[in-house]
Design a protein around this ligand. Structure first.
Ligand code: ASP
Ligand code: MG
Length: 437
């Protein structure tokens, strides 16, 4: 059995919903995970915001606008009055429920109930449409099996037990349908897995049922080998290691968040990124083993600040780095890249919120210089150190560009380089030309 997850844009209109249903109906008995229609969760956040601020008319207006969007979708989705009526009744009930939050108290609990409505709406609409199309689908409510524990972490044992029981009790269906993102917490209250959490749902379900594969369907044909906004002729990467995917995600590539795929990684379940617009394209396969002896992709992260601390005291001293790192820890600032020499250390950070106190403290230890508006270029692939020549190729591709820092050897999958913002596009282009053509 596979898990097939469709994001907000993939179910963003009546036509898209029809496309999704056609696609999944050909694929056999799988579990289909759906996000809310695109824009819905944002609207629900806005509604909650009005309710927090006791602006009932603002809330009402937003609710009405959202409801009419759903009514439009219904009018375009169904062929028969029978199913249109069913859908209208269910959608109206959901919106009446949202409207009922007009009383004095509005807290996090109420907000979470409102945020849950998006996925409840999309799955209801699609389940009715599947039935109208003669597909014997079963909607299994995520709130019956998706649960977090007292630490707000998914309760994998509970999820597995509950979900397998539900599947065992309902063997005679064509496919199962469920909501992404929503869950219950340890106290049984409605909760969620954070924004964008439907991918996490898919990965948790995949792990729970030991799926053959988890498919994440979006509107791009997998992870590209460079940023298509800046470089022409980028291509989808056919295979990535989970660690490579994690590096790329961190460095700004539009790809799954590493925590979302952790359950899949730990259970050795392949994750495939696919495109609803081009369902036959192979997409990108992310797994615990991957093609070796190749460099796979490049990504860039903007707004990086490099800080160099030079100190005579660092010479032959131990404990210097600890003192430097402690300063960043005290000021709650994460370090991305680190490069050291015997007389100095350079680090990068991606937010300057606490830069002044950091600099003040660092100056107690040495001479501090700072370079702003820098960009980290991250190259991933088989960069295991005993391979020959890959790191040389990367550096060679950037031979005409001033490089402020290079970091290599931190993992087997990555080499990072820090360049100026104005050199970013050229750097990305040179790397593509050198490595992928
Ligand atoms: N609907 C939720 C959101 O917009 C979850 C998701 O789409 O993954 O964040
Ligand atoms: Mg080497």
């Amino acid at each position: 059995m596979n898990v097939l997850k469709f994001g907000g844009t993939s179910v963003g209109s009546a036509q898209r919903m029809k496309d999704v249903v056609r696609l999944v109906s050909k694929r056999g008995k799988n579990i289909v995970v759906l996000s809310a229609m695109s824009g819905t969760t944002n609207s629900l956040v806005e509604i909650s915001d009005y309710l927090y601020k006791k602006n009932l008319s603002g809330a009402k207006e937003t609710i009405n606008a959202l409801e009419s969007k759903y009514m439009d979708t219904i009018s375009q989705l169904y062929d028969t009055a029978e199913y249109r009526e069913k859908a209208i009744t269910d959608v109206k009930a959901r919106f009446d429920f949202i409207r009922s939050f007009n009383k004095d108290i509005f807290t996090l609990f109420e907000e979470k109930e409102i945020l849950a409505q998006g996925e409840l709406l999309s799955t209801t609409l699609i389940n009715h449409y599947m039935h109208e199309q003669g597909i014997n689908s079963l909607l299994i409510p995520a709130l019956d099996f998706m649960r977090t524990d007292k630490n707000a972490e998914p309760d994998s044992e509970y999820i597995q037990k509950k979900l397998t029981a539900i599947l065992d009790e309902n063997p005679d269906v064509d496919l199962y349908l469920t909501q992404g993102y929503i869950c219950r917490n340890a106290y049984g209250e409605i909760d969620n897995l954070q924004r964008g959490g439907s991918d996490y749902t898919a990965s948790l379900i995949g792990a729970a049922i030991k799926a053959d594969e988890i498919e994440i369907w979006t509107d791009i044909d997998g992870m590209h080998n460079n940023d298509p906004r800046y470089v022409e002729g980028t291509k989808p990467v056919s295979q990535l290691h989970f660690e490579e995917a994690a590096e790329l995600a961190y460095f700004g590539a539009k790809i799954l968040h590493p925590t979302c795929v952790l359950p899949a990684k730990l259970n050795n379940i392949p994750v495939r990124l696919l495109n609803t617009m081009q369902p036959d394209a192979p997409g990108t396969l992310i797994y615990n083993t991957s093609a070796t002896h190749t460099i796979k992709a490049v990504a860039a992260k903007d707004n990086i600040t490099a800080i160099k601390i030079k100190s005579g005291r660092m010479l032959l001293a131990y404990g210097f780095l600890r003192k430097v790192f402690e300063i960043f820890e005290t000021h709650r600032t994460a370090i991305d890249m680190i490069v050291t020499s015997e007389v100095g250390v350079s680090v990068t950070i991606d937010n300057e919120r606490n830069i002044q106190p950091i600099l003040d403290d660092l100056k107690k230890f040495g001479t501090v210089t700072i370079d702003r508006d820098m960009v980290i270029i991250c190259v991933v692939g088989d960069l295991e150190w005993q391979n020959r020549g890959f790191e040389a190729e990367v550096v060679n591709a950037l031979k005409d560009i001033p490089v402020r820092m290079i970091s290599y050897g931190g993992s087997n999958y990555n080499i990072s380089l820090l360049v100026r913002k104005e050199d970013k596009i050229q750097a990305l282009k040179n790397l593509s030309k050198h490595l992928f053509s």
